[in-house]
Write a protein that binds this ligand. Structure first.
Ligand code: DGL
Length: 270
């Protein structure tokens, strides 16, 4: 540990580029904290895979990040958070773990007291019921209506953020949730914030869209401070990106997620 602060990086991971929406929020909220990002681009998407497979992949990623000596782990993938959080916690030991479902549930409950909350996510996330459980643990009074949106991740990866096909797909997916007159809609997949303008159109202005990236960054700031792990350094932070496929596609799509240039992306040799 480096006194007076801890300059080790925060480890952030996702199945691909989606977790960069969380990195972006972290860079804004905690500009002095360094980050090591891992995107399993060779094996994305996770959201349609079995729990056993996702657990196995998650364990490998966590071990990799721990070898990079991260001071905190942020699960920036709802799918891994939904079904493999125990694996993360077991391997992390004393390293604190934060995840996007915890953050999304907190944010949803904060704006929806006693109300009706819609949740959209990958099939694995929705089938796990993880959002409903976490939301009800915070507020048993709210009603949760969930909808799996399996086509959204490939549409985002394709860059079809405002394409007629994406719009029609969103109308189809959101219809049952909107029929329940929800007051807020949790974007329960880290790919979905890129569809925000389109989803706002389809859902209507009345419905609050909950993007867990910002809440995750705020929770990370609180936890680092409470645990005495915040950096004391005034040096510019560094961000290293590791991927499992050739970096080119991650670099191109990733810049859209991050809203800035990524710099160097390294391919992991397991
Ligand atoms: N970004 C992942 C999530 O938040 C979904 C992408 C995938 O299916 O791998 O759930």
């Amino acid at each position: 540990m480096n006194a007076p602060g801890d300059s080790r990086p925060i480890g952030v991971f996702d199945s691909g580029v989606g977790g960069l929406t969380v990195v972006r929020a972290l860079m804004e909220r905690l500009p002095l904290e360094s980050i090591v990002y891992f995107g399993d681009t060779a094996r994305v998407p996770y959201g349609v895979k079995s729990v056993a497979t996702i657990e196995h992949f998650t364990g490998q990623i966590v071990d990799f990040l721990l070898r990079q000596e991260v001071k905190m782990l942020i699960v920036a993938c709802n799918t891994m958070a939904a079904v493999a959080l125990k694996i993360v916690a077991a391997r992390a030991g004393a390293v604190p773990v934060l995840d996007v479902i915890e953050a999304g549930a907190c944010a949803a409950v904060a704006v929806s007291s006693g109300g009706r909350i819609g949740v959209i996510g990958t099939p694995t996330t929705i089938n796990s019921n993880a959002y409903a459980r976490r939301i009800h643990a915070l507020d048993p009074g709210v009603r949760v209506y969930s909808q799996a949106c399996p086509l959204f991740v490939p549409l985002v990866e394709e860059g079809w953020l405002d394409h007629p096909v994406t719009r029609l797909t969103a109308q189809e997916y959101l219809r049952p949730v909107l029929a329940e007159e929800v007051g807020s809609l949790v974007l329960g997949c880290t790919h979905y914030p890129l569809l925000k303008p389109l989803l706002r159109d389809v859902a209507g202005e009345r419905i609050r869209l909950i993007d867990s990236a910002e809440t995750t960054a705020n929770l990370a700031a609180d936890r680092l401070r409470e645990a005495g792990l915040a950096t004391g350094s005034q040096e510019p932070a560094t961000c290293r990106y590791f991927v499992t496929d050739v970096p080119l596609r991650f670099q191109t799509v990733g810049e859209r997620f991050l809203g800035r240039s990524l710099g160097r992306v390294e391919r992991v040799d397991w």
